[in-house]
Design a protein around this ligand. Sequence first.
Ligand code: N01
Length: 549
Amino acid sequence: MTGGQLDVQHFDAVVVGAGFAGIYMLQKLRESGYSIRVYESADNVGGTWYHNRYPGARCDIESIYYNYTFSEEILNEWTWSSRYAEQPEILDYINFVADKLDLRRDIQFNTRITTARFNETYDFWEIDTDAGYLITAKYFITAIGCLSASNIPNMKGLDSFKGEMYHTGKWPHEEVDFKGKRVGVIGTGSSGIQAIPFIAKEAGHLTVFQRTPQYSTPAQNHAYDPDFLRQIRRNYSEIKQLMCSSMHGVPSFPREELAIEVSPEVRNQRYEKAWQEGGLFTMLYQFGDLGFGEQANETAQEFIRAKIRQIVRDQKTADKLMPKYIYGTKRPIIDTDYFETYNRDNVTLVDIKAEPIEEITPTGLRTAEADYELDMIVFATGFDAMTGPFFKMDIRGRGGVSLKEKWAGGAQLKTYLGIATAGFPNMFMITGPQSPSVLSNMLVSIEQHVEWISDFLDYLRKNNQEVFEAAIPAEEAWSQQCREAAEMSLLPKSDSWYMGANIEGKPRGILPFIGGVGLYRQICDEVAAKGYEGFLTGQASRALHNKSY
Ligand code: N01
């Protein structure tokens, strides 16, 4: 406070989050001469890769594609060690970029944005932080990640547990010691499947509590050959083009051939080749109908189930591990020695659909069948995906309506392109719900959004416009398009976090746009070429800078 007035800092743009999205947005807007400040609740950059530091955490997109592509210098200066980089290496990479571009001076760490209100009188955002001061900004840009609101199920007795308790998505910085301990892992999604083999090697005993058995295929991770990396660098512009026009942001495409039209021998050869080759989408890309035809999909399911039976020696355990849902309707998973881990003497698998967890007890966990004594519980229970991170802040648009009121409580999710939402002027969402984001290589989607947002801001500045807002008809049409695209796929047939089905009380509905990054980019480019069609733009009601408090 000075002279009875509250000190208010004003920026052209405030960005929430210093992960891959936030730091690139900072770089881009700084280059264009905007005043910008990034707020980050952690004490360093990294976002997802700062928090998900559980043992075994790796990227499931190949490292050579999971990096920024906007700077040739950065591309050439960084060398990935292996096909699937481990979390510490990815975090080192983000730190390297932040240092190289001198980004930290515009990032305020250890500061969480708690509320953001659009001021309709002056057409700017008023933003509060947990550090207790007010910021105003013309543009409010969320770079909060799609999987940053961890989900710890509300289990009876949760607070009574006397041992150690962790969530994979909020892993502590201090080393967690599993040695000799009785550890329980709840959840077998990507995080659980990555962590379980590591924990099993150290724990006295590991009990895995599995609700849905998963299809997982081997990552086939390996160190990179320097010659291969040199070749990739030489051809990166071509590779980038392929990534940007692809379905999932990697430079490969599904074959057109249909699984139901080839012989069982050909199918098995292809699936075997995919199994040996590794890769997140390799199995799904073997045939053009695996994502749309249930009968075709069944052939890939059968192949993976047979593999699990071959790997897991105890047939009762193998039975429990048999996945039954439609392959690819939950995020595909790649692993290193996941199914092999169940051949260890110190690992037990509990099927919690057959014997549901009744409560957490002070000394472990009780299911309908038995008491399990545990020293540590690891929740690998995922996230309130895509919309959850927004609800951690109180964001209010026109008329004081909160985003939570707009999107939650059974209301249909509505956005325009997953970038903006009607009633919330001058707010951008980087990789927001109804954009391809989580269905793609996030780095490709992040770069596309950041560059598109930056171009839009330049367009507004050039045209003397200071306020934009998604128009309701454009938002209705886009949201409808997202739902219709999903209906054409098999995705709605499973209870996945893509559908919001993993969170009790969350309205069921497809969260990402499933049409692929290539098509999505084309749509966004057309919107821009038509003068940002579907957005209303105008001049601010008053000069922003003369406002005093
Ligand atoms: O979370 P998940 P995740 N009681 O939601 C179970 C990305 N990621 O953190 O399937 C008991 O997939 C739940 O069971 P069910 C990636 O996009 C990437 O593993 O709902 N169990 C499931 O088994 C991924 O898809 C990497 O029946 C409960 C598990 O917990 C996304 O993050 C690495 C339960 C949750 O699986 C999320 O993955 C890690 C309950 N009440 C993550 N609630 C990379 O490699 C949930 N479960 C880059």
